[in-house]
Design a protein around this ligand. Structure first.
Ligand code: NAD
Length: 446
């Protein structure tokens, strides 16, 4: 159907078609608020680095994406259609890696933003992966266990052509955990005829999971907290330091425990149901027991419940750890934040406007791309363990995690000293350097 060049130019119709294709092509289908935040952050780092236009386009847009509609039978017998996604951002250095989230806000754009940040995280931490992300738009709190299993298995079957131990390796994220990873691994095994433990990470230990994976993201967040508090704020340890943690899931609860072990006082906590403050500090064991028994924080007796979930972020504290959702710290609440340091356990919790306000107010932000990287580092160990059929001890895992985090912190600090644009831009510059070198050296096929 392609006409000769002269014919295209002469007819006018072809030109019109080509230019409308160009308008559509620039990543329209990935547009979302979160993706535009990720793009703005990327552009700031790319400008500082003087990245050429060709590489920018190559590194910014995801390489592959898949949208699937999953018919799932609910317990009532009714059939409901769920929409799921998988986005692979960069294929330059190895298989792609990234979590699967079950949440009501999941969209193609959200997955694209999270996949880009995963690429940057892997590059900054020196892992042989590109970034990916996926998920199903649903409210996991409203699905029964068996409905969740059917959603997970059907989603896995639909994205099967994209995943594999050498292709793309999913992991837990918001709303998913070891159980969903077991179902994903089993569905994959049923389809291809044999078990491949390295197809997912974050599995239970008895299915090839690794000791320490469940604690890895939260522990990494606390290591980031310690590094930031010492090196950026010039303070000592965390003993006696007040901390607020928003989000009490896989990441938040571990961070609360690890901070408490280091003598920090957890003065504020919150989840989707409620937020509370306690000047004397929360007892993590008591909190964990309450959440295990009641699922949500609402009704917890040993706290003053706050009027709104949002007000938790502006209560008095030295360190604030958003460990729930994206875009929690905004132009609206940033001027009222009282913390001296924010450690981003969640992905994308700070909008660019809030970032500027924190910079103007001298509040240090330890960015997500570094702060929550502990999970993917230990996922990498789990993947290697799966490929080698070897078993790592928890001590090995924790020691190696510390080593990876310290090396990345040095990289981050030296890049920041070179550019003086703040840690977020430094993290992205350090990552983009690696990503750009890989893309440049691979060249373009054909
Ligand atoms: P999770 O599902 O285990 O827990 C999420 C927590 O956030 C729950 O306590 C939930 O009640 C709370 N929450 C949900 N909506 C909320 C709201 N509107 N206000 C306040 N709290 C709310 O998820 P997780 O795995 O702990 O992930 C939390 C964040 O950390 C996400 O941004 C995720 O992308 C990021 N992250 C997770 C990992 C990992 O290994 N799980 C790794 C890196 C980054």
């Amino acid at each position: 159907m392609r006409g000769a060049d002269g014919e295209r130019r002469g007819s006018g119709g072809w030109e019109k078609l080509l230019s409308s294709e160009r308008e559509l092509r620039s990543g329209e289908e990935w547009k979302s608020e979160l993706y535009s935040v990720a793009q703005r952050q990327f552009s700031e780092a790319a400008d500082a680095l003087g990245l050429d236009r060709g590489l920018r386009t190559r590194l910014l847009e995801p390489r592959r994406s898949l949208t699937v509609n999953l018919p799932v039978r609910l317990d009532s017998g009714e059939i409901q259609l769920f929409t799921g996604y998988r986005v692979q951002h960069s294929l330059s250095v190895g298989p792609t890696k990234g979590g699967v989230r079950f949440a009501p806000g999941v969209s193609l754009g959200e997955c694209a933003a999270l996949a880009l940040w995963m690429s940057e995280k892997c590059a900054l931490l020196g892992l042989p992966f590109g970034g990916a992300k996926g998920g199903v738009r649903c409210d996991p709190y409203r699905l029964s266990q068996s409905e969740k299993e059917r959603v997970t298995r059907r989603y896995t079957a639909e994205i099967l052509p994209m995943i594999g131990a050498d292709q793309d390796i999913p992991a837990p994220d918001l709303g998913t955990g070891p159980t969903e990873m077991s179902w994903m691994m089993d569905t994959y095994a049923q389809q291809i005829g044999h078990s491949v433990p390295a197809v997912v990470t974050g599995k239970p230990i008895h299915l090839g999971g690794i000791a320490g994976r469940e604690c890895s993201t939260g522990l990494g967040v606390v290591l980031a907290c310690e590094m930031g508090w010492r090196a950026r704020l010039g303070r000592g340890g965390l003993d006696g330091v007040r901390v607020i943690v928003q989000g009490m899931g896989k990441v938040g609860m571990v961070a609360i425990n690890e901070l408490h072990k280091r003598g920090a006082i957890i003065v504020g906590v919150g989840d989707v149901s409620a937020s509370g403050y306690s000047e004397r500090g929360f007892d993590p064991d008591d909190l964990s027991k309450w959440i295990t028994d009641n699922e949500f924080l609402r009704g917890y007796p040993r706290m003053s419940e706050l009027d709104s979930r949002d007000s938790l972020l502006t209560e008095p504290t030295e360190i604030l750890i958003p460990a729930a959702l994206e875009r929690q710290l905004t132009a609206e609440n940033a001027p009222r934040v009282q913390a001296e340091m924010i450690v981003e356990a969640a992905n994308g919790p700070t909008t660019p406007e809030a970032d500027q306000i924190f910079a103007d107010r001298g509040i240090e932000v330890i960015p997500d791309v570094f702060a929550n990287a502990g999970g993917v580092v230990v996922s990498y160990f789990e993947w290697v363990q799966g490929l080698q059929r070897l078993k790592w001890s928890e001590r090995q895992v924790v020691e190696n995690l510390g080593e990876y985090m310290r090396t990345a912190w040095e990289q981050l600090s030296s890049t920041d000293a070179e550019y003086s644009l703040g840690l977020r831009v430094a993290a992205q510059i350090a990552a983009l350097r690696v990503m750009a070198a890989a893309a440049r050296d691979r060249g373009i096929y054909p």
